[in-house]
Design a binder for this molecule. Structure first.
Ligand SMILES: Nc1ncnc2c1ncn2[C@@H]1O[C@H](COP(=O)(O)OP(=O)(O)OP(=O)(O)O)[C@@H](O)[C@H]1O
Ligand SMILES: [Mg+2]
Length: 352
């Protein structure tokens, strides 16, 4: 398996081709259907209601958060709640200021412009966006060199919804031009259970509460992963069981896909096992750890570690990677005793 392409993993947070095809059908259509994110939902509800009452276009909204938490979904909900059309584009698609000018000048009044991956826009486009957001105006440059002139072009009021997985990468002048910023958090297991029940209903698959809880616990706080695991469990339930997703069906199915009870996959477990069994829990350098699992440094650092750190299973320290007590417990191993000879570290090294 090619781990460098993160999308090969069943627990990858980014969308794969199948997700893209299915997600449209599973997307909540209004704020009421949108599960969890209570704070963002309440705040956004106020922003949108107030704008509607005033008969005005809603303020620009920035949504930040990890992949698969619902940024695209929420942008579509914003448009739906405002009864406005939505235009979808992304930072990487806008390389020249002219690309952006063309989009902006064709917007209708009140339209929502969704700019995904806004942190990946080119600099000149970004600067044009500042003026468009603040003054609803762009300067179209005609001609080149000293003879070039800027022709101001009025824009109808619109709502920019920007999405980013890396809010920290946005230049402050851009961040400041959003009237509201919503930070999307990872979802609690109970919230993911609600996502799973809802999706199961839409996919017409029978699932009991324990089955939903089992999938939720392995979904890494991410609705996209919950929906993906649900689809794989559904396949298993259909082929190997009587079609109903129970706790046992979910657990067995996800074992087949090597997703453990806490949502770790094969790579995550390989990293943890190497850290515990070969290096007594660390500290060990990233490069050494990567060699031990036969992976690139970057793969370990960018693909496996973030979730392990978030789960409190692994810590990054100045001296190297260290396993936490929770890591030993998760793999059912006993940490080495400090001090004595023939310690657990030795046992870890040669024993297993
Ligand atoms: N709060 C939610 N309630 C129900 N389903 C959700 C929720 N958030 C996300 N989903 C589901 O998860 C899937 C992924 O969501 P979405 O595409 O909006 O994520 P994203 O944040 O835009 O991800 P990316 O950063 O990769 O673009 C969608 O199919 C949607 O159905
Ligand atoms: Mg998205």
């Amino acid at each position: 398996m090619n781990w460098d392409d993160d999308t090969d993993r069943i627990v990858a947070p980014a969308a794969d081709g199948e997700d893209t095809a299915v997600e449209a059908a599973l997307r909540p259509k209004d704020l009421g259907e949108f599960v969890g994110q209570e704070k963002v939902r309440q705040q956004l509800d106020l922003v949108l209601k107030a704008a509607r009452q005033r008969g005005a276009t809603a303020d620009h909204v920035l949504l930040s958060g990890a992949p698969g938490l619902g940024k695209t979904t929420l942008s579509m909900i914003i448009a739906a709640e405002m009864g406005a059309p939505i235009r979808i584009t992304s930072g990487p698609a806008i390389q020249h200021a002219g690309d952006l000018a063309a989009i902006l000048s064709s917007l209708q009044e009140g339209e929502v412009l969704f700019l995904d991956e806004i942190h990946r826009m080119s600099r000149p486009a970004e600067e044009m966006l500042y003026m468009a957001m603040e003054d609803f105006r762009v300067d179209v440059i005609v001609g080149k060199g000293p003879g070039a002139t800027a022709i101001p072009l009025e824009l109808p009021p619109f709502t920019l919804v920007g999405a980013t997985t890396r809010a920290g990468l946005l230049p402050p002048p851009l961040r400041d031009r959003f009237g509201f910023t919503g930070h999307m958090e990872f979802y609690a297991p109970e919230e993911l259970e609600r996502v799973i029940h809802r999706s199961a209903g839409l996919l017409d698959v029978e699932i009991d509460p324990a089955g939903a809880a089992e999938i939720a616990g392995r979904s890494r706080g991410t609705p996209r992963i919950a929906n993906r695991l649900l689809r794989r469990v559904r396949d298993y339930a259909q082929v190997r069981a009587d079609g109903v997703i129970t706790r046992e069906v979910a657990a067995t199915a996800l074992q087949v896909y090597e997703v453990d009870g806490r949502g770790l996959d094969r790579l995550d477990r390989a990293v943890l096992e190497a850290l515990l069994k070969l290096f007594g829990g660390g500290p060990v350098g990233l490069s050494t750890l990567a060699v031990a699992v036969g992976e690139e440094r970057e793969t370990v650092e960018e693909v496996a570690e973030p979730f392990l750190v978030r789960e409190g299973l692994l810590a990054r320290t100045p001296r190297g990677r260290v396993a936490t007590p929770a890591a030993w417990a998760h793999l059912g191993l006993v940490p080495p005793q400090h001090g004595g000879t023939g310690s657990g570290g030795q046992q870890g090294l040669f024993g297993v």
